[in-house]
Design a protein around this ligand. Structure first.
Ligand code: XBP
Ligand code: MG
Length: 229
């Protein structure tokens, strides 16, 4: 089947956003005197749990004490606002090859979608940062973590993106950076190209059809060949 759409993960795939997420978490923890601080090594481990609220709950479970679910939701809302502020200050750039691939896909009439664990608001903030345009002008479909029952590695968010695209998995290529993301896309029946990021380097991405250091020089004919493989 020929290629009709590209479905992008956000964090780690479009841009190296996780250090901005980590800084936002830590700033909110400090502002509330929580006594939590996530180092790079802590965060590498914690990223196995997708979703910021779920990650905080996992940390609380590991400590055996901490904020209530309602407090976690409130802290996470503050973290989201702070993350958007960081992006508005232009602290994040697109990963190599992302802007060119999106332009090429658009010029060829392919659909463009997002399948992310993070919130629609964070996708909006990132699109304004990378493209200086609203997300809806860059992507035809946005499927986000809180819209589905199970976050990655469950396939739910990819299945939602496919449903909104109105396309079968065989006509789409997923672009991911992490093991959880690759497993989610594979679970939805998608071909996946993985570009490991700062935090996912070293993860087992062997379920991806192809692994590249980044998207620099990656072309639509190569994408087409992957979905036909
Ligand atoms: C990324 C995530 C996200 C971000 C933070 O996963 O797990 O949780 O770290 O986002 P993926 P929120 O790239 O596989 O989608 O705090 O907004 O949840
Ligand atoms: Mg990711």
């Amino acid at each position: 089947m020929s290629l009709r759409a590209l479905i992008f993960d956000v964090d780690g795939t479009l841009a190296e956003t996780e250090e901005a997420h980590r800084a936002a978490f830590n700033a909110v923890f400090a502002a509330h005197g929580l006594g939590w601080h996530w180092t790079v090594e802590d965060y590498r481990h914690l990223l196995r749990v997708t979703g910021g609220k779920e990650r905080m709950a996992a940390h609380r479970a590991a400590l055996g004490a901490g904020p209530s679910d309602a407090q976690i939701a409130a802290l996470h809302a503050e973290k989201t606002a702070l993350f958007a502020q960081f992006l508005a200050q232009g602290e994040v750039a697109a990963r190599p090859g992302v802007l060119a691939l999106v332009d090429a896909a658009r010029a060829r009439g392919l659909a463009l979608a997002i399948a992310t664990t993070t919130s629609p608001g964070n996708v909006e903030a990132l699109c304004r940062c990378l493209w200086n345009r609203p997300a809806a002008q860059v992507f035809d479909v946005i499927a986000a973590g809180d819209e589905v029952a199970e976050k990655k590695p469950a396939p739910d968010v990819y299945l939602l993106a496919l449903q909104r695209l109105g396309l079968p998995a065989q006509a789409c290529l997923a672009l991911e950076d992490s093991r959880n993301g690759v497993l989610a896309a594979r679970g939805a029946g998608l071909a996946v190209l993985a570009t490991p990021s700062l935090y996912s380097a070293g993860e087992d991405l062997s379920q991806a059809l192809r692994i590249l250091p980044d998207l620099a020089g990656f072309t639509l004919p190569q994408a087409e060949a992957l979905v036909r493989a």
